[in-house]
Design a protein. Structure first.
Length: 362
């Protein structure tokens, strides 16, 4: 018997009430789906996906803002590829909702880059034009965007700015832990984010909410170790933060990365798709770097955002709806014709379910 089989057998020994564990990491979402882990777990132990996909939790209003900037003739919009097909607000009918991909097809200068440094390179090469980078992500990507802003300031690249929608995971986990909508018995903490933050950041979930936590890597056996660790905590009645990813996650995390982010960003209340406004869960560029904040630099008129009709991505992100139970899943909503962000992103719960169950529900 290998370790994965032994851990599954250990989980099957749990004889208490059914347990629901939530992962809040897009890489965990895809890894679990790829391995078919959801179907391998015993009946009394369930793993669900939460708001771990940064593209998915980015509200539709941010896409609308980006689309408005893309229509300005002097602007080059630089973005990660995952954002290109995320639907914006659809108004007045139409065959498909607006997106950055459609804006590009219509003549807007939208370019895919692989890092903020790619956007900086554009700003250097196109000094007569404004380059706006769409900054989306959690604590893992925030330091890289902050470093780009600092570099732009050092070089005097006054044509580089960031339209940001950066978010912080611990505050979202706390909101889910206190929700009346779904009981979460433990959190499988995100591996990459934990490399930056360190295990200590989850202590309030244990101390104030009594919720077990385990940090895990991304191989099937690593995820199973995390789940088994939380079951052991529950059996002992001693919730804590177990670091099951010690090869990558260290006490204190990465102080240098956090310091760089803290120079450029300040915490603010932020809107999450599906979760609404979560206090102090977002990051905006500090006043000292306002010259590189696209939201301050460019004044655009924005109507109230409109969620895609029939899309239940928000319910999926809160863990209260399985992707296959959405009426659009595998029918009107597929990776080729996505109606919501959870089907667009490579880390989205709906995309994971579709790709690894061949469109279950269709």
């Amino acid at each position: 018997m290998n370790e994965a089989q032994a851990l599954l057998a250990q989980l099957a020994e749990w004889g208490g009430p059914p347990l629901t564990f939530m992962e809040v990491c897009g890489t965990h979402t895809m890894a679990a789906a790829r391995a078919g882990l959801r179907t391998l777990l015993p009946e009394r132990v369930r793993l669900i996906s939460g708001p771990g996909c940064p593209v998915c939790v980015t509200p539709v209003g941010f896409i609308d803002h980006a689309l408005a900037l893309a229509q300005q003739h002097d602007v080059i919009l630089a973005t990660f590829g995952d954002l290109m097909r995320v639907p914006g607000s659809q108004r007045g009918g139409g065959a498909a909702p607006p997106s950055l991909q459609r804006a590009k097809a219509g003549g807007a200068d939208v370019r895919v880059v692989y890092s903020p440094l790619g956007a900086l390179a554009l700003a250097r090469a196109e000094r007569e034009r404004e380059v706006v980078f769409l900054g989306v992500g959690f604590e893992t990507t925030t330091p890289t965007v902050a470093a780009a802003v600092l570099q732009a300031a050092r070089e005097g690249l006054d044509n580089f700015s960031v339209l940001g929608a950066h978010k912080t995971i611990p505050e979202a986990m706390d909101a889910l832990a206190t929700s009346d909508e779904l009981r979460v018995d433990g959190f499988l903490c995100p591996g990459h984010v934990s490399v930056i933050l360190g295990p200590e950041v989850y202590a309030p979930l244990v101390e104030q909410r009594g919720v077990p936590c385990a940090i895990a890597g991304f191989e099937t056996v690593e995820i199973l170790r995390g789940l088994a660790a939380m079951v052991a905590q529950i059996e002992a009645g001693q919730p804590r933060v177990d670091n099951c990813y010690m090869g990558a996650v260290r006490a204190g995390g990465n102080p240098k990365a956090r310091s760089i982010a803290a120079q450029v960003f300040t915490q603010v209340d932020s809107t999450w798709r599906g979760l609404g406004v979560i206090p102090q869960s977002g990051l905006e560029i500090a006043p000292a770097y306002a010259a590189h904040d696209a939201a301050r630099r460019f004044q655009v008129e924005l109507a109230a955002p409109v969620e895609p009709k029939g899309c239940r991505c928000g319910d999926v992100l809160r863990g209260v709806l399985d992707p296959a139970d959405c009426a659009l899943f595998g029918r009107a909503c597929t990776p080729e014709a996505p109606q919501g962000a959870c089907m667009v992103s490579s880390e989205g719960s709906c995309a994971a379910r579709y790709h690894y169950t061949e469109g279950e529900g269709s």
